[in-house]
Design a protein around this ligand. Structure first.
Ligand SMILES: Cc1cc2nc3c(=O)[nH]c(=O)nc-3n(C[C@H](O)[C@H](O)[C@H](O)COP(=O)(O)OP(=O)(O)OC[C@H]3O[C@@H](n4cnc5c(N)ncnc54)[C@H](O)[C@@H]3O)c2cc1C
Length: 300
């Protein structure tokens, strides 16, 4: 029986493995190798590593972990996870099974892109999920908030922190905007376009303009998407873990605990603040809490 199995080797899982390995816990880290930010060339806003390619961060983290004989890394997907008293059992896609006292799910998020021509092509370079990650690189340029209703209004206002040239595109005639939201957008110099979008066009790397089905075209260096509901990992359901209506796990207190004793969920799978460094910090918090639980159990 392992001390801890970690499912997911993004910033959350990698940092949890590092802390637990240093606590001399027997750790297995399983990672399918499909991180959410795979499409982005550079990761911003990470202390001492600002503007580093995500896969460079991963390689460095692997090199750090490989120094610890307590951590085993496997590049493999976890197909199943079940509560098996005491602890948990997981099944890997190669058919092997493993038992563990504690389980961390750090599986990230799966986000569907809106079905707009060009969004897939420019995802990570011209279509972004987070102004805090990519707003600065689009500063003072023509940028678009893609969204509807009060959330779309909020995103557009948020983007005005990075540029005075912001357009809210609702991609449809009914933008679902209240009179109050419309007048707030207008007061802040934000244009509203409620026509369906035809496509996002650019030079293959850099987005340049957005065209609409009514023939209109606007300049656009970047499109920022409103947070959407995400598809939670199927492992959460197998484990009986509570999931919010937006698809993330409402963890308890600061230690990434869930409603299932012994199960921790860290990183994008558990929170709304989706930064690499926050995910890493959550992994560390889960690791700390697990180590304390295991000490209490072993010394009772
Ligand atoms: C386009 C884009 C750009 C971004 N840019 C920035 C930025 O500049 N700065 C910043 O701070 N943040 C950025 N982010 C956010 C940042 O990438 C995330 O907050 C961070 O990656 C979350 O880390 P995580 O460990 O929770 O999940 P992830 O990094 O998504 O890692 C999850 C891992 O779990 C694995 N996994 C999932 N299911 C299983 C399974 N069943 N078995 C095994 N493995 C599994 C996946 O393959 C993946 O490798 C960006 C996000 C996107 C989408």
């Amino acid at each position: 029986m392992r001390d801890v199995i970690i499912v997911g080797g993004g910033p959350a899982g990698l940092n949890a493995a590092l802390i637990l390995g240093r606590c001399r816990r027997d750790v297995l880290l399983c990672d399918a190798g499909c991180p959410r930010n795979a499409a982005t060339p550079l990761t911003w806003g990470v202390f001492t590593r600002d503007g580093t390619p995500p896969f460079t961060l991963r390689e460095q983290a692997h090199a750090d972990l490989d120094r610890y004989e307590t951590v085993e890394r496997r590049e493999i997907e976890v197909a199943e996870a079940h509560v098996r008293q005491p602890g948990f059992e997981i099944a890997l896609t190669d058919g092997t099974r493993e038992r563990t006292r504690r389980l961390i799910l750090a599986t990230g998020l799966r986000q569907e892109l809106p079905k707009v021509e060009g969004f897939e092509t420019y995802w990570g370079t011209g279509v972004h999920s987070c102004p805090y990650c990519d707003g600065y690189e689009n500063r003072d340029q023509a940028i678009v908030a893609y969204g509807r209703g009060h959330g779309g209004c909020g995103l557009a206002l948020e983007l005005s922190c990075w540029s005075r040239d912001v357009t809210l595109c609702t991609d449809g005639t009914d933008g679902d905007l209240s009179r109050k939201d419309r007048s707030r957008l207008e007061r802040n110099g934000i244009r509203i376009i409620e026509t369906p979008i035809a496509r996002l066009v650019g030079d293959g790397v850099q987005a340049e303009r957005l065209t609409f089905r009514d023939g209109r075209t606007i300049s656009c260096s970047g499109v920022f998407l409103m947070p959407v509901e995400c598809e939670p990992s199927h492992l959460l359901e197998q484990l009986g873990c509570d999931v919010s209506e937006t698809g993330v796990v409402p963890t308890r207190n600061d230690y990434e605990k869930t409603n299932v004793p012994g199960l921790f969920v860290a990183g994008d799978a558990s929170r709304r603040v989706q930064f690499a460094i926050v995910a890493a910090a959550e992994g560390a918090m889960a690791a700390f809490a697990i180590n304390m639980e295991l000490i209490a159990e072993d010394t009772a």
